[in-house]
Design a protein around this ligand. Structure first.
Ligand SMILES: Nc1ncnc2c1ncn2[C@@H]1O[C@H](COP(=O)(O)OP(=O)(O)O)[C@@H](O)[C@H]1O
Ligand SMILES: [Mg+2]
Length: 482
């Protein structure tokens, strides 16, 4: 262990003493079966009486997360309704009990429809994770932790993150307590956990059945945004009329006229903008000008096209122009994946037009910061100082991570521009997490993506069939605002 100033760098070393007789006993564990077995196991266990759960020690109390502040979490729980779960377990004809699923999505049924679809996704996630149940496995002591070998951990099967929980039950005592292990560290094929202190101290190698769980926060954030979205108004979710506003760019609106919306911005208008990226073609320049003018606010501006057609380049140019041309602006740039968010932040950095005080790359608490490129590291914020995220003019994060901004007390309307790249790969509620931060009539929403590509990964067969397509496809279909 090296102590350098206030920081510590250390590495766990473990030595294994192998007893030839004991090694004949298989302690590694293997997954207990197939997907249909997972469903049966899920069905049986969710019917049994509420188990007595003994909480483990969370990483916040004693680990590298110790200095991180836990965000005040004002998110509601949004539990899965029991009748809906029963319906799935009984293979009932679900549409009979939930007719909203067969209805076309409208402004009136918006929250109810999305809530039901998100619940169905969550039920399927609960079923799918039971595929990785481990039977009769024991743990070994590694430093202050108990380590459980998890085959497939490196491939993300199951996907376990620091802060997740693993539930242990005694196979010989089905009515006994369920011990909750909080994951503090991840090795290649082993999770290091902390349990309730008594369990942790007195554990002597007994076998337990292990069940993995997933973090419900993203699901709950989707419910929250589906609930809040209706406050954005019908004209954002289902636009039908455009009510042009004055251009946001003073230099373009000296004549106090509104550019006709069916025409491209004139050459003279475009000439007045000094484009940083000189290789932009006429259509990309027109898109940047339109976004800067923001005359259709808050109706989303859609940028669509096949891969490689320069959408991200246009998004990056727009962000840079907004930063420099609209002094009161604050931009939230989101994408469904961390890699796409890194790409936007890298391209903004490479322009050489932003300082580290202008832009922040906001990361989820459990993101491994080692995978982030060196040039982005000065822009990164983690759990230590998230509360300063609101001080930056440009915030770049994933659609789901934008949810932490709610917990920081940032109010709707804090951002003047919300730009989502690769929007076609996110579900509608995921996009709405950031869109809801626009909040009022003065904000500009930009959605860039390719509606022809495969959309978000959906698990439930019900939501695969009926999940409404993301706003971007809906609007492109209607050919309203392209
Ligand atoms: N007008 C342009 N002239 C030359 N190269 C361009 C132009 N627009 C985009 N590119 C290049 O094409 C590639 C793909 O652009 P990108 O914005 O990532 O596309 P998309 O986001 O639509 O997949 C990038 O290398 C970019 O530099
Ligand atoms: Mg792109």
């Amino acid at each position: 262990m090296i102590n350098k100033g206030s920081g510590k760098i250390g590495r766990y070393l473990t030595a294994e003493v192998i007893d030839p007789y004991m090694s004949m006993v298989n302690h590694t564990g293997s997954y207990t079966g197939t997907r249909s077995e997972a469903f049966n196991r899920y069905r049986t266990s969710s019917r049994s009486a509420e188990t007595w759960r003994i909480a483990g020690e969370r990483p916040s109390q004693n680990s590298k997360f110790a200095k991180r502040k836990f965000l005040p979490n004002k998110l509601k729980q949004y539990p899965v309704p029991t009748p809906l779960r029963e319906c799935i377990m009984e293979n009932d004809y679900i549409e009979d009990n939930y007719p909203v699923l067969t209805e076309e999505v409208t402004f009136e049924n918006y929250t109810q429809k999305f809530d039901t679809l998100i619940h169905l996704e969550e039920i399927q996630m609960e079923i799918d994770i039971r595929e990785f149940d481990l039977e009769r496995v024991c743990m070994r002591r590694i430093g202050e932790y108990l380590g459980l070998k998890v085959p497939g951990l490196a491939e993300g099967r199951p996907s376990v993150l620091i802060g997740d929980r693993v539930m242990l039950t005694d196979p010989g005592d089905p009515d006994g307590p369920c011990y909750e292990g909080c994951v503090h560290e991840l090795l290649k094929d082993e999770v290091l956990m902390k349990f309730n202190k008594t369990f942790q101290d007195y554990y002597t190698g007994k076998d337990y059945d292990a069940m993995f769980t997933f973090n419900r926060a993203p699901v709950r954030r989707c419910h929250q945004s589906a609930e809040f979205a209706v406050q954005l108004g019908e004209n954002v979710l289902f636009p039908t009329v455009l009510m042009p506003k004055m251009s946001q760019l003073r230099s373009l609106s000296q004549s106090a006229t509104v550019t006709p919306l069916h025409t491209s911005p004139s050459k003279s208008q475009q000439k007045r903008i000094n484009y940083y990226n000189k290789s932009l073609n006429a259509r990309q320049r027109a898109a940047v000008t339109r976004i800067l003018e923001g005359q259709c606010r808050p109706v989303p501006y859609i940028l669509f096209g096949p891969p490689g057609t320069g959408k991200t380049v246009t998004v990056v140019e727009s962000i840079l122009q907004i930063l420099h041309k609209i002094p009161s602006s604050r931009v939230l740039a989101c994408t469904p994946s961390n890699s796409a968010a890194d790409l936007i932040a890298e391209r903004i950095h490479e322009s050489g037009l932003v300082k580290t005080t202008d832009m922040v790359r906001l990361n989820a608490r459990n993101r491994n910061l080692e995978v982030i490129s060196e040039c982005l590291k000065p822009y990164c914020l983690n759990g230590d100082d998230l509360d300063t995220a609101s001080h930056y003019r440009i915030v770049v994060c994933t659609c789901v991570s934008a949810g932490v901004l709610y917990s920081l007390g940032i109010k709707a309307g804090h951002f003047t521009h919300v730009i989502i790249d690769e929007a076609g790969q996110a579900t509608e509620p995921e996009c709405l997490i950031s869109i809801c931060l626009i909040g009022d009539e003065t904000g500009q929403i930009v959605l860039a993506g390719d509606p022809m590509q495969l959309g978000a990964v959906l698990r439930s067969k019900y939501s695969k069939r009926i999940w409404p397509r993301i706003i971007i496809s809906r609007k492109v279909d209607e050919q309203t605002f392209v």
